[in-house]
Design a protein around this ligand. Structure first.
Ligand SMILES: Nc1nc2c([nH]c(=O)n2[C@H]2C[C@H](O)[C@@H](COP(=O)(O)OP(=O)(O)OP(=O)(O)O)O2)c(=O)[nH]1
Length: 133
């Protein structure tokens, strides 16, 4: 099966405290309406961090500081294998403008289960919850 290498940002209000994280709903394609973390496919020659900074600028017109690695999700969708590197992040410049997503929410730990996550993100949500206040 084909592997797609993706990076995702778990953008927090504050990387030390992690009171809230930023989730978006996909605005197009096969998974439209599913909730996820902003990011996308890594292009040839890019480091995960470079790909992530580029994707966040493209999707949200925002500059981020990328922090520690959170988890790498390996998930088999029917037509491809997803390998997704996830990093904590914080906004350094910009206002998280939704260029591609159809909706967005800041979620507290208690609200993590309140949106319909993409299938690959379910196990990630459990991990993230352990780090939040
Ligand atoms: N960004 C992101 N993608 C996710 C998550 N969970 C998940 O299953 N995916 C899947 C959906 C897509 O099949 C793939 C990401 O591809 P993408 O379409 O966002 O990549 P891209 O921005 O480079 O887009 P494109 O130009 O190919 O449309 O990973 C997640 O939390 N964040």
């Amino acid at each position: 099966m084909k592997t797609i290498k993706v990076v995702a940002a778990i953008i927090c209000d504050n990387m030390k405290e992690k009171n809230k994280i930023f989730a978006t709903a996909r605005g197009y394609g096969e998974f439209k309406g599913g909730w996820e973390f902003p990011g996308g496919k890594v292009e040839a020659g890019e480091t995960p961090q470079q790909a992530l900074a580029r994707e966040i600028m493209e999707e949200l017109d925002t500059e981020i500081k990328i922090g520690e690695w959170v988890d790498t999700i390996e998930y088999d969708y029917p037509s491809f294998h997803l390998s997704m590197d996830c990093f904590w992040a914080e906004v350094t410049k910009g206002h998280l403008e939704l260029k591609e997503a159809e909706a967005a929410k800041w979620l507290t730990k208690d609200q993590l289960d309140s949106v319909a996550w993409l299938p690959a993100d379910i196990s990630l949500i459990n991990t993230i919850g352990k780090y939040m206040k």
